[in-house]
Design a protein around this ligand. Sequence first.
Ligand code: DP6
Length: 343
Amino acid sequence: MNFKWRSPSNIALVKYWGKHGNQLPNNSSISFTLSQAYSETSVSQENKTDDGKIEIDFYFEGVKNENFQKRIEFFLTAIIPHFSFLTSSRLKIESSNSFPHSTGIASSASAMSALALGLCSIEKQLTGQLQDDESFFRKASIISRLGSGSACRSVYPHLAMWGENKGVALSSNEYAIPFLEADQVFKTFHDSILIVSSDEKTVSSTAGHELMHTNIFADVRYQQANQNTIKIIDAMKNGDLATFGQIAEEEALTLHALMMTSNPSYVLLQPNSLKLIELIRTYRNDTKLPVYFTIDAGPNIHLLYPHEFETQIQAFIKSDLSNFCEKGKVIEDKVGHGATLIV
Ligand code: DP6
């Protein structure tokens, strides 16, 4: 039995930063599902006698990778209670990314969600469960979350929301839900990723989440994020680009402010990140075009704008912004249709 899924990366608009228990978020978050940055993962299953152990062979970009294999074994061992077939199966897992390893794009969301989807396909085939899409993708989202929190949002098209929020019906800490009511303009949004540095991060997201436990701004931050989730959902329902952009930028800068106010504190932004922010804001003031930024846990700037302004914004990137990127590098992405089963 063999299933291959393609699953994309996502970029958060309201940020997940701080967690508790078994990968449960301390606030709600919402993200754009991307399309060009994705992982493709095939999972082949053969029966073996159940000895209570995980047995896998892991290949990354066609090459056996012991380091990744250990991490996947650890993850699969943790999710044995979720899949009865795991300890009676030999799995061959082959994964690759559409983007090079060192581009500064996080691969955990796409990689973990692609693997989770493959495991759910095997369960569906073997047990006859997960027949309807809703239960299939819900379980895939739960399993993705256990691998990497933000990965749970990658399985849905366009936009996905994760984390219990009193203002959002059916929201949950355990899985993401699709946000379907956004105005059409947001379903074709562009994300041009301005690569300031492709170096490996100096502080991992997992370590960053941990530091929220002692951050003195933590409680007020969680409130802010929950409020921003409601506000940005309303803005997106109404096609309100200005409010959308104001919240996206506030969230990006708050994320980095939290890093700067952690103990120990750290800074992931670089001089060119700040230069780009300044140029984007000046350009927006001058042209009145709806172009905004968000930032992940790194120095790179994600430029967000509606499809209809592609020509103008591309010209601006070329003439001004790319000068502040590492070797002029910009990765073009846009909102996508979510994960797809390839075979
Ligand atoms: C800044 O999902 O990578 O991208 O759950 O420890 O794997 P783990 O963390 P991860 O954190 C992502 C943080 C973020 C914001 C976001 O995607 O919401």
